[in-house]
Design a protein around this ligand. Structure first.
Ligand SMILES: NC(=O)c1ccc[n+]([C@@H]2O[C@H](COP(=O)([O-])OP(=O)(O)OC[C@H]3O[C@@H](n4cnc5c(N)ncnc54)[C@H](O)[C@@H]3O)[C@@H](O)[C@H]2O)c1
Length: 350
């Protein structure tokens, strides 16, 4: 059986990681990459694949079996529609799109054509995320009452040379916090409402550099999320999990789950609880127990899953509708910041 031929649209920071993974995979072939910048031909040459400046040309000439769309957020709709029009399943990097209208259009097109989309919320493939879901499903923590989440890094100044990252449709809420929003939905269920503050005082861009969000879940649980891309820290998913070679690992925790029976530090998977079956009261000592987890990094597992979706042996773990729900919750945060009022995620499209 010939290996599935995959192509990548946009080989910048994340697209090149997808292209390298495909090129190294025994189960897939890197058919081509499309990127109009000088990075395109350079990286295609390094990986021994063909380069196109225009992704439409690439799709027509190569007819790949699957495509990763890793271009700027503002281009996800057009590139996604181009794949769907040709019947090619696609992984769309997160956010699904830069606006809800664009996201809904992409979901409708995918559903009408029966062409699967997989949204790149890759953290869900991480074994520690899966182990946490099991801890929560077993009820080890009791009922979740609150979660505290933190994501703080100092991005290098040249990261912002790319205009799209500092203008509407970019910004760390849509680029980074959306991952935490997706994780929190995955762990705690749907988000009913958010309140938020944003600030651009550190970098002075059109988009925020810092935000603090209060979240109310439909379950009644609450969460707080603090984010900044202007302050060095050891706290954040990538630093805590060691899941991204571009961000130095600290293996410090970034989420704290508070349940009626026990607490959980994440991603170290340390459960804190009392010595008896009864939930510890404030005078009782509580003890740490670290839970085991095993498995590989998220991106290779996302690729394996995408190959199954292409083969028709799996349906997307994170389909367009799921990615749109995470986008709606994330854009509720930007609405709350803009209006100064609590905001609810927009309902899913018909
Ligand atoms: N899953 C993750 O952890 C993760 C991490 C980083 C970025 N992302 C997402 O991936 C996307 C890309 O982010 P990035 O940080 O790699 O951006 P980037 O700016 O580093 O790379 C984007 C690339 O797309 C290229 N491009 C621009 N217009 C194009 C076009 N018309 N056709 C093809 N390529 C085009 C650019 O030349 C650039 O090389 C964004 O949507 C971002 O939110 C996801």
């Amino acid at each position: 059986m010939p290996k599935p031929r995959l192509a990548v649209v946009g080989v910048g920071l994340i697209g090149i990681r997808h292209a390298e993974l495909i090129a190294a995979s025994p189960d897939a072939e890197l058919a081509a990459v499309a990127d109009p910048s000088p990075i395109g031909p350079r990286e295609a040459g390094r990986l021994g694949t063909r380069h196109y400046a225009d992704y439409n040309d690439m799709l027509d000439r190569e007819r790949p079996d699957g495509v990763y769309v890793a271009a700027p957020n503002q281009l996800h709709l057009a590139a996604g529609l181009a794949c769907i029009a040709r019947g090619i399943p696609a992984v769309i990097e997160k956010p699904l799109c830069d606006t809800l209208e664009a996201g809904a259009e992409l979901v409708r097109a995918s559903e009408a054509a029966g062409v699967p989309l997989l949204v790149g919320h890759h953290r869900r493939y991480n074994p520690r995320v899966e182990a946490t879901r099991e801890i929560l499903a077993r009820g080890e923590l009791g009922r979740i009452v609150a979660v505290n989440a933190l994501w703080a890094v100092r991005k290098p100044d040249d990261y912002f040379d790319a205009t799209w990252r500092r203008t509407a449709g970019g910004g760390p809420i849509l680029i980074n916090m959306i991952h935490d929003v997706d994780c929190l939905r995955h762990f705690c269920g749907e988000i009913a409402e958010v309140q938020a503050y944003g600030s651009s005082a550190a970098r002075g861009f059109e988009v925020e550099d810092t935000a603090v969000v209060a979240v109310r879940f439909a379950s009644g649980a609450l969460a707080s999320i603090a984010l900044t891309d202007a302050a060095p820290s050891p706290w954040g998913w990538e630093a805590g999990s060691g899941d991204n070679p571009n961000i130095a690992a600290s293996f410090e925790n970034c989420y704290r789950f508070l349940g009626t029976a026990a607490a959980l530090d994440f991603p170290n998977l340390t459960v804190w609880k009392g010595a008896t079956a009864e939930p510890a009261s404030w005078a009782d000592a509580i003890h740490p127990e670290t839970r085991a987890w095993a498995g590989h990094e998220a991106l290779p597992r996302q690729l394996e899953h995408f190959l199954d979706v292409i083969a028709g042996t799996a349906t997307p773990r994170i389909d367009g509708r799921d990615g749109l729900a995470t986008l709606a919750a994330t854009l509720a945060i930007t609405d709350a910041i803009a209006t100064g009022r609590a905001a609810a995620p927009a309902p899913p499209p018909a």
